[in-house]
Design a protein around this ligand. Structure first.
Ligand code: C5P
Ligand code: C5P
Ligand code: ZN
Length: 478
């Protein structure tokens, strides 16, 4: 089943072995940072010179810069596939899971002198990609950027199997476990390998964020998937809920989920199910309380590195603030200077998310027939507006996709969209909608069916919303 992936991975590995020095280009989110770290460690083990550049978006300008620099090889991780058409003249490998723009670069007009030279030029385009979409798989759930990068790394050297844990962190960071409440598809192959070799343990547990590090009442207070009616966002209500159940909040220190007894955990979960059902939120929401969780066996208990989801958030807390190098060093093993810095950034990130959600409540979310949206202007950082949209999406009983706008520091408008699963199963694809709607207003975009983004000119927001809405309507009709 995975043989076509592994065969392609081996081809990329050959190309990497042939290179003198490599420039890795990766994305600033958790999946991008883990991807970049897997690539970097495997190059180190090969004894190759490398440099790593983290970018928030791969644009034409960056590709031009790379062409001018002309390194022996560029390794794009967790990005690149959406820009393959522009890569003519680059020697590159791509390990990505975004929807590809092309299978090979477009040959520019001035290079197509005659028909034979055209074919020669096509063959000269040295870009090889490993991407689930090329095998008919859904890149939003089958495998992450870190996963495809890992498949190449393990072809390069079997010692790289220790990087499988990072591949799981990348997949969880991209929320690839969120649909089935467990990792599926090619992610499962990686998970079993990580488990067999003693790097990852998995089991069924509460899916709450912060099981390893947060006081239980806080874990409940900040729960956004699922939203806990009457509890989420209310510190006093969460303490009251636990106290009524006879669960001590504190012993010597605040008790975390990992400190509770099996009976206490069971009691909390069954009361939460009752609460959700009694508020007529339905069993789909209640079912999201429990799912598979992933533990990094070699990390210390009670640290954010022990749980894959918390590890991913720690990485987002660095990269989304343009300090991906800090997360990168943590992935490669630093537990000193960079790790301390990452921990303090994680603290800020959490506060920042809470205040950003409050800002949206202040601004208000506008509902339309097929979507809802908010415009954060300068008040929310463009790099986290997508995470904020994810958190708010789960609150909506009507199951509308949420479109978020924020001012970008390049003078444009950053768009993030997050969609309920139900729309995706009806055939809506936001990677297509973002790509085409942004193009119509003079911008660019892409991503995954369920989570995508774009950059559009200031002032085009309302025209853009009309186009998006019309496209959703059409896709639903089909
Ligand atoms: O660029 P990249 O693939 O790393 O980003 C994917 C983004 O999509 C992440 O921010 C992730 O949280 C989001 N996502 C989501 N819901 C899903 C799948 C992905 O919000 N079901
Ligand atoms: O930034 P955000 O987390 O909302 O991005 C969601 C997805 O959309 C990511 O996979 C990202 O790579 C993609 N995206 C894109 N073009 C943009 C912005 C985001 O393809 N201009
Ligand atoms: Zn990704």
């Amino acid at each position: 089943m995975y043989s076509e992936y592994l065969k392609r991975a081996a081809e990329l590995a050959r190309k990497i072995r042939d290179a003198d020095e490599v420039v890795i280009v990766s994305h600033i989110d958790a999946d991008g940072i883990t991807s970049g770290s897997i690539a970097a460690r495997s190059l180190e083990r090969l004894g190759k010179e490398y440099r790593i550049d983290f970018v928030k978006q791969l644009d034409e300008k960056k590709i031009e810069e790379l062409k001018n620099e002309n390194p022996s090889l560029v390794w794009f991780t967790d990005l690149g596939s959406g820009m393959v058409h522009l890569m003519y003249g680059l020697n590159a490998v791509i390990t990505d899971h975004h929807v590809p723009s092309a299978t090979v670069p477009e040959v520019p007009l001035n290079a197509r002198k005659t028909l034979t030279s055209f074919f020669e030029e096509v063959n000269k385009s040295e870009v090889l990609q490993l991407n689930p979409h090329l095998f008919g798989k859904d890149g939003a759930v089958d495998i992450s950027g870190a996963g495809v990068t890992y498949l190449v790394a393990r072809e390069l050297d079997l010692r790289n199997i220790d990087l499988s844990a990072l591949a799981i962190v990348g997949a969880v960071g991209d929320m690839q476990d969120s649909e089935a409440l467990r990792l599926t598809g090619t992610n499962r192959f990686i998970l079993e390998e990580a488990n067999d070799h003693g790097f990852i343990k998995y089991h069924i547990d509460a899916r709450f964020f912060g099981r390893e590090t947060r006081p239980v009442y806080k874990m409940l207070q900040y729960s956004s998937d699922p939203i806990l009616p009457t509890l989420t966002g209310d510190d006093r209500a969460c303490r009251g809920f636990l106290t009524r159940l006879g669960i001590p909040l504190k012993r010597e220190r605040w008790r975390r989920w990992i400190d509770l007894t099996h009976e206490e955990k069971k009691l909390i979960l069954s009361e939460l199910v009752k609460l959700i059902l009694s508020m007529s939120y339905g069993h789909e929401l209640a079912e999201r309380l429990i799912g598979e969780v992933y533990e990094l066996v070699n990390e210390e208990h009670g640290t954010p590195l022990r749980d894959a989801k918390e590890f991913a958030t720690l990485l987002n807390a660095t990269g989304r603030y343009m300090q991906a190098e800090i997360g990168f060093h943590v992935c490669l093993g630093d537990r000193d200077k960079y790790y301390k810095k990452a921990l303090s950034m994680l603290n800020n990130h959490r506060k920042h998310l809470v205040s950003s959600v409050n800002i949206v409540r202040e601004i208000g979310i506008t509902k339309r027939k097929y979507l809802e949206y908010f415009h954060a202007g300068d008040r929310i950082n463009e790099n986290i507006v997508g995470i904020v949209a994810s958190m708010l999406l789960n609150e909506d009983k009507e199951e509308l996709p949420i479109i978020a706008f924020a001012n970008s520091d390049d003078g444009n408008i950053k768009v993030s969209v997050r969609s309920p699963r139900s729309l995706i199963s009806k055939g809506v694809d936001f990677s297509v909608i973002m790509k085409e709607a942004s193009k119509k207003v003079g911008g660019s975009g892409g991503g995954h069916n369920i989570a995508a983004g774009a950059s559009i000119p200031r002032g085009s927001e309302s025209e853009f919303l009309d186009i998006v809405e019309e496209m959703i309507r059409k896709q639903l009709e089909r």
